[in-house]
Design a protein around this ligand. Structure first.
Ligand code: 26Q
Length: 852
């Protein structure tokens, strides 16, 4: 009886259109005659989602039946971007001739055409799911894509923020933040699961029913505040597989219990208010990137999410009636930075207090279950919580942390009996004034069996700097490297379909199976010298640059900034990422100012524009990125870029030789347009500060060349693509300490090029109304020790930019060859490779493949 009513997936035009119209008329209660693009987007998404849910159900049933070890990826950020186009690319339908499967994109596009819609317009209606800040959040999104593609039984766990990262407006050159209420029209991709709800407790006090005074004994935490975590599920489809994994995001809701004491005392309004406050826990994503701001609500978010996720994971584990000792054979939990470290403590609490396991048996299970990824070595980003604030919110967890620390330090003392200094240095509790702090990174290390960095250089750095004492305690083996990667489905196929197709033709893989095995790109190398192929390659780039020029024109109220006529002769030099002093957008804009002044000087000396163009050929300097709302210096850098743009772009004398553009509101969907259009991108962080970087990989995968420092994954990119194909410059990380010391204690030497630039800024050239506006930026170099070493790298930066111009404008064929060879060797940076490494060396999990 049931099978007769089995829901069927759509597999052809007819089937899609039936579903589409069904959703328009019943789910949306509209008619096809007043269906606009937004409604068409919703109905298309719901129709595609129906197919995904059927595969999702099959995937979950398969996994329940086989009961393999599962991976849980805990991340406070999932920067997913848009879902529809990705689903259309990943999800397959049967080919019209019945011989095998193909991507569903063509089918849906055709069906929409027939109904009077254009897929491109429909796709544009989807708001980004911007539940992340930058690299760390986007990495989590790439990872869930790869885990689904590789049929790994994996779940992502995060928070369903009502407000994602703010939308950035630029007003008078300044960043202005506006709320991103992305759920305004409802989200067709989420499945609300009201039946899956977990109570989460805060505050209160600890009781030991046994009368035992030892905190190691099972204890009872009597909570003071309760909220409910409700599950929202998002399907994550793999590419060319029917596996659909799950991303579960929690929303905070008030409990339905009512405080009768308050109610009876006539305090009805107050008790409703308190319930409302529950929802504030998941209201907003903290917009800090690489900066720790110790706010109580942030800690509340972290515990709320960890408690709900662990509860869910344990409920699933208990279904198979295995003993607790087997938990680590069934469950691997990856901590995306220290943000979910409370999960370590929560599991220990559940095992000791609720399941009554012996402390040490419990701790053994905990350590085998967790592993921790570190994403930064910068002090200001490391999470610490004052014990006072922590103990008030989570009194039992604080006790547990003290006990974990006690046993840990005892172990250290046994190994290194006379080293008192060491004990203080590795203690999870920092004896700081005015108050003790919990060092979350140390807790994560002690609570995990593996700790990894995100690029080779970074993984070495954590072993020799912030975690060096832990290497001494645990040995090298606990610390490992997994170099980051990106999903080629979104960052090649979806962002750059023309290039993906050209590659498919070139390596004789028209079905684009290479997107599952990016090592096959090496076959492209054979074509690197082929002039016909070079021309095709160049044409794709040119078309992508036109698309970006269109975007820039739209931003500029319909007025072109980029000269269309010379577009293929204009070097698009792009730096898009969060604005941060360590990423050195200030050095980039100083370089632009230097170039502008040099052009002006030549003209003044009587050179013709043609002669000037020989030395400083056409270039568009393109920036994008958000600053944290409270980050004064980063906001000033944005203002400077816009002020320079204003002057340069309106200077008729230089005749379009130089353009400066700041693209507002950089996000995933804009990145998909910007990245494929780059000739050159900038990854110029102070050596040793950028853990990995992932946009560097995205640019290379799209045939852009890189100018960069010897930092993060740039090092391995160089190794993979060859040092002839990348423009490296600047000081090395091993010299940073000494250089900083020199700035502190010796008279700074200012290179004349930089001196000229800083003086020009100080003259008020870019801020005539407020001549000292940019003083904090110039002072940070001249007066405050130049912490990011701009003055040390500026000359080699400029020299390398000159080299870039020579190759791009003087040896275009060489340039294109470098571009092709780079793509040929970028395969290593697929997040599929990355997930394989995690699966084998950290998680010990295997794929569960759907039956063929
Ligand atoms: C911490 C405490 C309180 C509030 C916020 C935070 C917070 C939030 C976000 C701390 C850090 C982040 C994000 C860090 C991040 O994106 N790091 C980047 O991770 C990428 C993926 O590994 C790397 O490629 C980048 O190099 C690294 O900067």
């Amino acid at each position: 009886v049931w099978s007769k009513h089995q829901v069927k997936k759509f597999e052809d035009n007819e089937g899609f259109q039936q579903r589409f119209i069904g959703h328009v008329e019943t789910t949306l209660a509209r008619s096809l005659y007043n269906c606009d693009d937004l409604a068409a987007y919703e109905a298309t998404s719901l129709s595609v989602r129906d197919n995904l849910i059927i595969n999702w159900n099959a995937t979950q049933q398969r996994i329940t039946a086989r009961d393999p070890k599962r991976v849980y990826y805990l991340s406070l950020e999932f920067l997913m971007g848009r879902a529809l186009d990705n689903a259309l690319i990943n999800m397959e339908v049967e080919k019209p001739d019945g011989k095998g499967m193909e991507s569903s994109r063509a089918l849906v596009s055709k069906s929409l055409d027939d109904l009077g819609f254009r897929l491109e317009d429909v796709l544009e209606k989807e708001p980004d799911a911007a539940l992340g800040n930058g690299g760390l959040g986007r990495l989590a999104a790439c990872f869930v894509d790869s885990m689904a593609t590789q049929n790994i039984p994996a779940w992502g766990y995060g928070l369903r923020y009502e407000y994602g990262i703010f939308a950035q407006k630029i007003i008078d050159g300044y960043q202005v933040e506006t709320p991103d209420y992305w759920l305004n029209f409802g989200d067709p991709w989420e499945i609300e699961r009201n039946e899956i709800h977990v109570p989460v407790t805060f505050y209160g006090y600890v009781d030991r029913p046994s009368g035992d005074t030892s905190t190691l004994a099972p204890s009872e935490w009597i909570g003071g505040e309760r909220v409910l975590a409700v599950a929202y599920d998002f399907p994550v489809p793999g590419y060319k597989t029917s596996t659909v994994n799950n991303l579960r995001l929690w929303k905070a809701k008030p409990t339905t219990e009512f405080d009768f004491a308050k109610f009876n005392s006539g305090d009805y309004k107050n008790s409703v208010d308190q319930q409302q406050r529950a929802e504030s826990i998941t209201a907003v994503l903290y917009p800090n990137d690489n900066f720790n701001q110790g706010k109580e609500l942030r800690l509340k978010q972290q515990y709320f999410w960890c408690a709900a996720s662990l509860h869910d994971i344990i409920r699933r584990f208990k279904k198979s009636h295995k003993p607790w000792s087997e938990f680590p054979e069934q469950v691997a939990i990856q901590l995306n930075d220290t943000h979910p470290t409370l999960a370590v403590v929560e599991l220990q609490r559940i095992l000791v207090d609720m399941e009554k396991l012996d402390w040490h048996a419990a701790w053994d299970i905990v350590v085998k279950t967790f592993s921790y990824t570190n994403h930064t070595v910068m002090q200001e980003a490391l999470e610490k919580w004052p014990v006072g604030l922590f103990g008030k919110l989570l009194p039992r967890h604080l006790e547990i942390i003290y006990d974990v620390n006690w046993f840990f330090l005892k172990e250290v003392e046994k190994k290194f009996p006379k080293d008192l200094g060491l004990l203080g240095r590795v203690s999870i509790i920092e004896e700081a004034s005015p108050e003790r702090q919990i060092r979350m990174a140390f807790l994560a290390i002690v609570g995990s069996h593996k700790v990894n960095g995100v690029a080779e250089l970074h993984s070495e750095l954590i072993k020799t700097t912030i975690f060096q004492d832990f290497v001494k305690v645990y040995g090298e083996k606990k610390f490992t490297n997994v170099t980051n990667g990106i999903t080629p489905r979104r960052w090649l196929k979806q962002a750059n379909p023309k290039l993906a197709e050209l590659i498919g033709q070139a390596i004789d893989d028209p079905d684009e199976n290479y997107l599952l095995d990016m090592s096959r790109l090496t076959e492209l190398a054979k074509k690197a010298d082929d002039p016909d192929f070079q021309e095709k390659w160049d044409k794709v780039k040119a078309a992508n640059k036109v698309q970006l020029a269109d975007l820039i024109r739209d931003i500029n109220n319909g007025v072109d900034i980029i000269d269309r006529e010379h577009i293929n002769n204009t070097l698009f030099d792009i730096q898009v990422k969060r604005i941060h002093e360590y990423k050195r957008q200030q050095m980039n804009i100083f370089g632009v100012i230097y170039r502008y002044l040099a052009i002006k000087r030549l003209l003044k000396e009587g050179a013709s524009i043609k002669e000037v163009a020989k030395k400083y050929p056409r270039k568009a300097s393109i920036f994008g990125g958000k600053s944290a709302p409270g980050y004064y210096m980063a906001k000033l850098i944005i203002k400077l870029i816009n002020s320079v743009a204003e002057v340069v772009n309106n200077d008729k004398e230089i005749q379009d030789l130089l353009k400066v553009v700041f693209i507002p509101d950089y996000n995933v969907s804009k990145a998909e347009i910007i990245i494929p259009a780059s000739d050159l991108s900038e990854h110029i962080s102070t050596a040793g500060t950028e853990a990995s970087g992932t946009s560097n990989m995205k640019f290379v995968m799209n045939g852009g060349l890189i100018i960069g420092t010897v930092d993060g994954a740039n090092v391995e990119i160089t190794r993979e693509i060859g040092e002839d194909n990348i423009f490296l410059f600047g000081n090395l990380s091993e010299n940073v300490e000494e250089l900083r010391y020199n700035h502190q204690f010796h008279e700074a030497e200012m290179p004349t090029e930089l001196d000229v630039v800083l003086k020009c800024i100080e003259s008020g050239k870019f801020c005539p109304d407020n001549a000292s506006e940019f003083r904090p930026l110039t002072d940070s170099i001249k007066q405050h020790g130049d912490y990011y070493l701009v003055s040390d790298d500026f000359e080699s930066y400029l020299a390398t930019q000159e080299l870039v111009d020579e190759v791009y404008h003087g040896q275009r064929q060489e340039w294109i060859k470098k571009s092709i060879l780079s793509v040929a060797n970028v395969g290593f940076f697929s997040s599929d490779r990355c997930i394989e490494e995690y699966s084998e060396t950290i998680w010990n999990v295997e794929p569960v493949k759907p039956e063929e």
